[in-house]
Design a binder for this molecule. Structure first.
Ligand code: PGA
Length: 251
């Protein structure tokens, strides 16, 4: 099987509807579709409608969801509300876990709810700096995956993506080295392989991905794409990362 790359931009709490729309239009002009290349942006909920259907090359994801279908959950957004607006949805981003106290159980419920309503979840996992320094990285990531993926049905694996995002690398300018990322990615791949042998589930790297380090990270065999925060907020830097993916696909 040839290589495939998934280049995703997590905009976090940035960009209004108008800014999001302008961004997607500008981005679409900066790259050409290529076999094996998937580009997606994850705008805030309020901008999803504005970017809907703008360009088939730019896939759309949401940054979060709640696991109930409807009810008295003030401020939350349900999976059926996202259907038709988003194809993908992030679950378990470290900012959700740390700032909003989402547990592995919450993340698992969200992931299963997303799948139930036809959304493609991107499950984010990663260790803190103290965990890395204590040699607990693989244990931490393993536990998050086991708990996060509990109960995924046979037919659902095809819709799943995993993102490894070391927390110490997010927004810090200090990315994991390709070797550090590769070690964890191999572990994740081993675990996924034991669950669904022979199926290649995309495993993205995230954490201070920039145009300057993206080529080297994407060149790792175990890395199937990148989840980009800060550098995805700017058309030039995000499209430079996409170009690096395209370059490697055509190499
Ligand atoms: P960063 O964020 O690229 O700004 O480090 C990555 C993320 O949080 O997904």
């Amino acid at each position: 099987m040839g290589r495939e790359y998934f280049i995703a931009g997590n905009w976090k709490m940035f960009k209004t509807s108008t800014e999001s729309r302008e961004f997607v239009q500008a981005l679409a002009g900066q790259f050409t579709a290529a076999p094996g290349l998937t580009v997606a942006v994850f705008p805030p909920f309020t901008a999803l409608e504005a970017v809907r259907g703008l360009d088939p090359k730019v896939h759309i994801g949401a940054q979060n969801l709640f696991y109930e279908e409807n009810g008295a959950f003030t401020g939350e957004i349900s999976p059926p509300m996202l259907r038709g607006l988003a194809e993908y949805v992030l679950v378990g981003h470290s900012e959700r876990r740390q700032i909003f106290h989402e547990s592995d159980e919450d993340v698992n419920r969200k992931l299963l709810a997303a799948l139930r309503f036809g959304l493609k979840p991107v499950l984010c996992v990663g260790e803190t700096l103290p965990e890395r320094e204590a040699g607990r990285t693989l244990d931490k990531v393993h536990g998050q995956l086991e708990k996060g993926l509990a109960g995924v049905g046979d037919a659902d694996w095809a819709h799943l993506t995993v993102a490894y995002e070391p927390i110490w690398a997010i927004g810090t300018g200090r990315n994991a080295t390709p070797e550090q990322a590769d070690e964890v990615h191999r572990h994740i791949r081993g675990l996924l392989e034991s669950k669904v042998p022979g199926r290649r589930i995309p495993v993205l790297y995230g954490g201070s991905v920039k145009p300057e380090n993206s080529l080297e990270l994407l060149a790792q065999k175990s890395i199937s794409g990148v989840l980009v925060g800060g550098a995805s907020l700017n058309v030039e830097s995000f499209s430079a990362i996409i170009q690096n993916g395209s370059k490697l696909l055509s190499a």
